[in-house]
Structures are given as C-alpha cells and as structure tokens.
Design a binder for this molecule. Structure first.
Ligand SMILES: Cc1cc2nc3c(=O)[nH]c(=O)nc-3n(C[C@H](O)[C@H](O)[C@H](O)COP(=O)(O)OP(=O)(O)OC[C@H]3O[C@@H](n4cnc5c(N)ncnc54)[C@H](O)[C@@H]3O)c2cc1C
Length: 482
C-alpha cells in the first residue's frame, strides 16, 4: 500500500495540533481522534479538537473539503454555490459568526419573495390568500405534532386549502426539507427551528467553509472503508488504497445515505439501533440548475427569489442575479427533483428552459449562455441532499447522537434536532461530538484524590426559562411584488 506524503495534506499552520501520516505498513500511524469526512461537521470538530491541543486527522474522500457546501469558481468564473447557499438566521449562525475573521463578506438576503402567476406577478390580494394558506398549513402540522402518534405532513393537511396548496406544499416540503409532504414527519417538521432570515456569502458559502478548514490536518482523496474496534479504546481505520490509521476515538460525519449504503463497514457490525435510526433519516432530494444569463432579461433585482402559483408538484424556485452576478439558479426538489435529476443534466436544463418560458417568455432563453446541473443524488460521497425524518423518525436524531462502541461518535446535519438539514446544524453537531470525543480521550486524573470540601452555596435565584423556540420550519414567507 502506498505511503502518504505530507504534501497531500492541506497546509498545516504552526498553531494546529500535530498529525500523523497514514501508514501502509503493518503498524498503523496513531492519532487521538480520527474524523471521517471534511464537511461542515468534520471541520467544526477538527477545529475544536485542534484547539484543545489533541492530535486529530480528518480523512476526506473527495478532492476538496466542504461536502455538501462547496463553491465552484471555475465553471462560470464567478462564485457558484453548488450545494448550500443560504446562511440561515445569521445572528445565531455559528458559521456566519466566523466569517468576518475569515475575511469573507456576509450580506443580508433581501426580505420577501415574489410569486408568479403565469406571465404576471401575483397581486396584493392574491399574495394575502397565499400567505393565509401557508399559515394554515403550518398550524395544521404543529397541531398534528402535538398528537400522541406522529403522522405525515400530508395527513395533517385540512381538505379545503384550495388552489394555493401546491405552492404551499412545495415551499414547506421539497424546497424547505427536500421531501414531499407525504414523506415528511409532522413532528420532525414542527421541531425544526425558524429559518426565515437569511444571509449570503459574497465569495460563496463553500468558500467560507474552505477558509475555516485552512490549516487543519485534512487528508483529501482518502475514502474510509472500514472502522474496526480493537478494544481497550483503540480503533483501526482502513482507507481505500491509502493505508490505515489507529485512533483512540472516531467521529463519523458522512451522510446517513452513505452509511446505509454500507460504504463504510464496521467490525463489529453497526448496532441495529443506529441502523434503524439512519434508515428513518434518509436524505431527501434538492438539485440546482445554474444558468449564466446575459443582461437582466428577468427584470429582477439582485438575489430575488421567485416561486410560481403551481397546480402540481412539477415546479421550481428561481433565485435571480445571484450576488449581482450573471448567475441565476433554478432549484428543483422532492420526488420531482429526484426523478428529473435521474434523467440527467440535459433533461434538467430542458425543464428549466421550459419553466422560464412559461413564466417570463421565450426571450430569456436567448440570453442564456452556459449552464450546469447538479447531481447530488448520485454523487459518490453524499447520495442526496439533507435528512428529513420519515413518519415516526424524529427521535432517531437523538439516537444518532449516542456513542457506539464506546468511543465512536456520529456528527452531521442529521444529528441535530432543530437545525437538521443545514450547515449550522452540522457545525454545532460537529462541535458537540468533538467535546464528547475529547472527554473520552483525556485520561481521568485525580480519581483517587481525597474529595475537596464543597463550600455551601447560596441558594441560586430560579433560572429564567429560555423562550420556547417557535415550532415551525422555514418561517412564514414574506412576499414582495414590487
Ligand atoms: C443542493 C443543496 C442545497 C443546500 N442548501 C442549503 C442552504 O442553503 N443552507 C444550509 O444551511 N444548508 C443547505 N444544505 C444542507 C447542507 O449543505 C448540509 O446540511 C451540510 O453541508 C451537511 O454537512 P455535514 O458535515 O453533515 O455532511 P457533508 O457535507 O456531507 O460532509 C460529509 C463529508 O464526508 C465525506 N465522505 C463521505 N464518505 C466518506 C468516506 N467513506 N470516507 C471519508 N470521507 C467521506 C464527504 O465527501 C463529505 O465531505 C443544502 C444541501 C444541498 C445538497
């Protein structure tokens, strides 16, 4: 087996903890914590462990860090977020908070969305009707989530929502969660936190994550194939052709679909409890068709978000003039997005052209220059978009947070109860797993020491209860039709 050279690691800064080189020989190289996957969760975990002065290595299968949050600057010559693009709730978003120091600009997304009805914008009164249907849909899900038995969001819907129902379902279901209402747990939806205030990264969300990974000991192009518990708090990690590594704790951050597909095997086998939890948190589907458009044939502002009053689920969202560049995104999702993506980029682009013709006329098509369509569903190291629980699956998120084999910790967007499906959720989950791994590898000291007398504490004033998080997903859309 080849020996890895230090050059295939990202540059390590002087401040970073030391890291071993994978060893193809029979004696494996050693580290305190091995992190499998260099997406948001893996980067957050590695920063935390490095800052604590422990040895850490990130093994990443792809040629770059970022996972589902990457920015491509070569296809169009401007930043193109191939995956995550919206920084939700920037005031509390842990990644947004690090942007300034990383030298990346964050700017607020324009409030409001537009709705198209055929070739015209929806009128004020029509938008009022739509907003009322969104509010009713969300309320119905929240009511259902208070019931004893979980049901799907589709089952929770009142029967008289009328002609705005398809758009409301697209907005809250495929667009917000990557799955159709019929596949979504009402409880999981209701537990997710509001994501109705957004920001964007001028250089790209993926560029921000890549900045935050600078200096970390990341080994790229290194797919992990097997994790073996050797006993006595030691693990052997095998990779595809890049040797093996021994670690005292492991943080696994690959997507739920990757684990379900058996891309990484475990010895002993992954416990049934974890397997069942993973299968209830399969990834949904969310794909993007990026268009390079000359001029502004849509007549829209920078970062205008547009939906259509659809009469079925064959619909999309348009994000126009992304960051003031020539790029516009057509996003498709849910089962329609999955089926369209399965037909390939050519069919996806054809759909985008027809959809634009329908809403803005055939002239826009003449201004389109280059295009690109994502294939997240078949991407070798992700296989989907983000997790959304199936009916009864919400408690699985907590199960994923439990360590298995004593010192193997799962982290990633699926292991966050309220911020699942987001970069910030993955980040927080990575930090939590890092804290648990650090606790596991730090030797317990002073256990035989005599107990120190505890001073009598004054009775503390009763703690103020934290404000209950609003139990709804994605917020109420704010609409603009100017
Ligand atoms: C199209 C799309 C749009 C999205 N939009 C948004 C958005 O606007 N805002 C938002 O907040 N979130 C969005 N998300 C969700 C967000 O991108 C994810 O929730 C988040 O990036 C997940 O991070 P993670 O670390 O949990 O997983 P990942 O990013 O999947 O990281 C896991 C890493 O593990 C690596 N890996 C896989 N297998 C192996 C292996 N065998 N060995 C080693 N490494 C391996 C992968 O290559 C990957 O880098 C979007 C996702 C998609 C797909």
């Amino acid at each position: 087996m080849p020996r890895i050279s230090r050059r295939s690691f990202l540059m390590a800064t002087a401040g970073a903890a030391s890291f071993p080189v994978l060893n193809g020989a029979s004696v494996a190289a050693e580290t305190d914590v091995a992190i499998i996957g260099g997406g948001a969760a893996g980067i957050a975990a590695a920063r935390r462990i490095g800052a604590a002065g422990r040895r850490v290595v990130v093994l990443e299968a792809a040629e770059q860090v970022g996972g589902r949050c990457i920015t491509d600057t070569t296809t169009f010559g401007v930043p193109y977020d191939v995956g995550a693009h919206w920084l939700h709730v920037p005031e509390s978003n842990p990644v947004a908070k690090l942007a300034l120091r990383a030298g990346v600009d964050i700017y607020p997304a324009p409030p409001g969305q537009r709705v198209r009805i055929g070739r015209r914008n929806a009128r004020e009164s029509e938008l009022e009707e739509y907003l009322a249907v969104v509010a009713r849909g969300k309320r119905a899900i929240e009511d259902a989530a208070r019931g004893k038995v979980d049901i799907s969001c589709a089952q929770a819907m009142p029967k008289d929502l009328g002609e705005w129902q398809p758009l409301m379902e697209f907005y809250l279901g495929p667009f917000g969660c990557g799955k159709d209402f019929s596949e979504l747990s009402a409880t999981d939806f209701a537990r997710s936190s509001e994501r109705d205030v957004d920001a964007y990264c001028r250089q790209g969300f993926g560029a921000l994550l890549a900045k935050l990974a600078e200096g970390l000991p990341v080994q790229l192009s290194t797919p992990v194939t097997k994790i073996t518990a050797l006993g006595r708090g030691s693990f052997l990690i095998d990779t595809a052709g890049k040797g093996s590594l021994q670690a005292r704790a492991v943080i696994v951050t690959v997507s739920t679909n990757m684990l379900l597909d058996g891309k990484i095997t475990f010895a002993p086998a992954l416990p049934k409890r974890q397997l069942d939890a993973l299968s209830r948190l399969r990834l949904g589907h969310y794909e993007r068709i990026a268009l390079e458009v000359a001029g502004n044939p849509f007549g829209l502002l920078r970062d205008d978000l547009v939906f259509e009053k659809a009469d079925n689920d064959h619909t999309a969202a348009l994000l126009a003039n992304v960051g003031g560049t020539s790029l516009s995104f057509i996003d498709v999702a849910g089962s329609f997005g999955r089926d369209l993506a399965a037909k390939g980029p050519r069919e996806m682009t054809a759909f985008a052209f027809e959809w634009i013709d329908k809403l803005y006329g055939a002239d826009v098509r003449k201004a389109i220059q280059r295009t690109h369509a994502t294939q997240w569903a078949s991407s070798p190291f992700v296989q989907g978009s983000f997790s959304a629980a199936s009916v009864g699956g919400q408690p699985s998120r907590r199960i994923l947070m439990e360590p298995f084999f004593d010192r193997v910790f799962y982290a990633g967007e699926a292991a966050h109860e309220t911020l699942w499906g987001t970069v910030s959720g993955a980040w927080e989950s990575g930090e939590r797993a890092a804290d648990a791994a650090l606790k596991a590898v730090v030797p317990v000291t002073g256990s035989r020491a005599a107990p120190t007398p505890v001073k009598r504490q004054k009775k503390a004033a009763p703690k103020k209860q934290p404000r209950r998080q609003s139990p709804s997903f994605f917020g109420t859309p704010r609409i603009s039709n100017d």
